[in-house]
Design a binder for this molecule. Structure first.
Ligand SMILES: C[S@@+](CC[C@H](N)C(=O)[O-])C[C@H]1O[C@@H](n2cnc3c(N)ncnc32)[C@H](O)[C@@H]1O
Length: 338
């Protein structure tokens, strides 16, 4: 009885989640509640401000793209850091908006630093209507999985309602990578069914359906410890590239991507490492590659059954991005290498 009751409950819960997912208004509302909670955490802001790769790139890019006399919106101002960088360019005004109470902290930092061209407004970007069109939208709505802070939806909404024809979104261009990697020796977590320790053999679990219920949402795509990737097995190639300045709707992004890559380094395929590049212009940008200087963003490893690859082999796989803002519904499915 208990088993069927919990099965029924799971069914109801799943149906409710699916209903919410298919309703844009409800999705955005749920997302905003989670997001406000996340960024009410001081540690998150400390990590972001302490990330020199991120902060230096934004500082340089804002110096290049915000001009004297511009009207600027900083979507999701947090500590106000991007608004304060913009205010140094002598803009006409910077609207710094954030849906979190934390905006009061940003205001105090700006006052202390005598940044008086900034208007702080506690609002959700989707409710923000300044009564004029602006020259620049600044943002850092970038989650570990690139899309999971609702970046595309929030930015395209604001662009349509508030940005001038000639205006720009900074940053606009992004590349998303799923790179086949080998982990450093001893730093890959083996699947349980691969293990044999002190004579105890777990291989019976290889195709045991009972195990499914013990796989958490992180199981197939955990975050990896920084510094544990040994190398990429192919020359990096983005699965997805897009520019918020030119696109109109999130639907323009493909949800099913087939990639076929030539292996250039021999090694064990331990999974596909997710990272992205943020491109401000041809000279300024940064990457969250596990082989680049460290940022505060995490890298997920989409685990695959172990497979030895040789140079010259072709590695083909499909990336399924069923729901852009929910990487728990993403999959990387590998074909046999040829
Ligand atoms: C990743 S943090 C970036 C903070 C700051 N811009 C920085 O670079 O340090 C994103 C911020 O956006 C805010 N935010 C997220 N979605 C928002 C929305 N739709 N409207 C207003 N603020 C939002 C969050 O509260 C959070 O402070």
């Amino acid at each position: 009885v208990r088993k069927s009751a919990s099965g029924a409950l799971r069914f109801v819960f799943r149906s409710l989640k699916n209903a919410v997912r298919s309703n844009r208004f409800a999705r955005n509302l749920l997302y905003d509640i989670e997001n406000t909670e996340e960024f009410s955490n001081l540690l998150e802001h400390e990590r972001m401000i302490g990330d020199a790769v991120r902060v230096d790139a934004y500082h340089e890019a804002i110096g290049r793209h915000v001009k004297a006399g511009d009207t600027v919106v900083d979507l999701g101002t947090g500590t106000g850091i991007l608004a304060m960088f913009a205010s140094a360019q002598q803009p006409r005004t910077v609207y710094a908006i954030d849906h979190s109470d934390f905006i009061r902290v940003a205001q105090r930092i700006a006052e202390h630093n005598k940044r008086d061209r900034i208007t702080f407004i506690q609002a959700n970007s989707r409710d923000f209507a300044p009564g004029e069109r602006v020259d620049v939208i600044l943002h850092e709505q970038i989650g570990d999985d690139l899309f999971d802070e609702n970046m595309v939806e929030n930015l395209l909404d604001l662009k349509r309602r508030v940005l001038k024809e000639s205006g720009i979104i900074v940053p606009g261009r992004f590349e998303l990578y799923f790179e086949p990697v080998t982990m450093k020796p001893g730093l890959r977590t083996p699947f349980l069914w691969e293990q044999r320790v002190h004579g105890v053999d777990f291989s019976t679990l290889r195709s045991d359906p009972e195990l499914h219920r013990y796989k958490s949402s992180e199981y197939e795509r955990p975050f990896i410890t920084p510094g544990t990737v040994e190398r990429f097995l192919c020359e990096p190639a983005p699965a997805l590239t897009f520019d918020l300045n030119t696109m109109q709707a999130a639907d323009e992004l493909p949800r099913l991507i087939a990639q076929s890559r030539t292996v250039v380094h021999a090694g064990e395929l331990d999974g596909f490492c997710l990272y992205f590049r943020v491109i401000f212009d041809s000279e300024v940008g940064f990457s969250t590659s596990p082989l680049a200087p460290l940022t505060h963003w995490g890298n997920r490893l989409f685990r695959t059954p172990p497979m030895r690859l040789q140079p010259g082999a072709t590695l083909s796989y499909r990336v399924e991005l069923d729901d852009l803002i929910d990487s728990r519904r993403w999959r990387v499915l590998v074909d046999q290498p040829s």
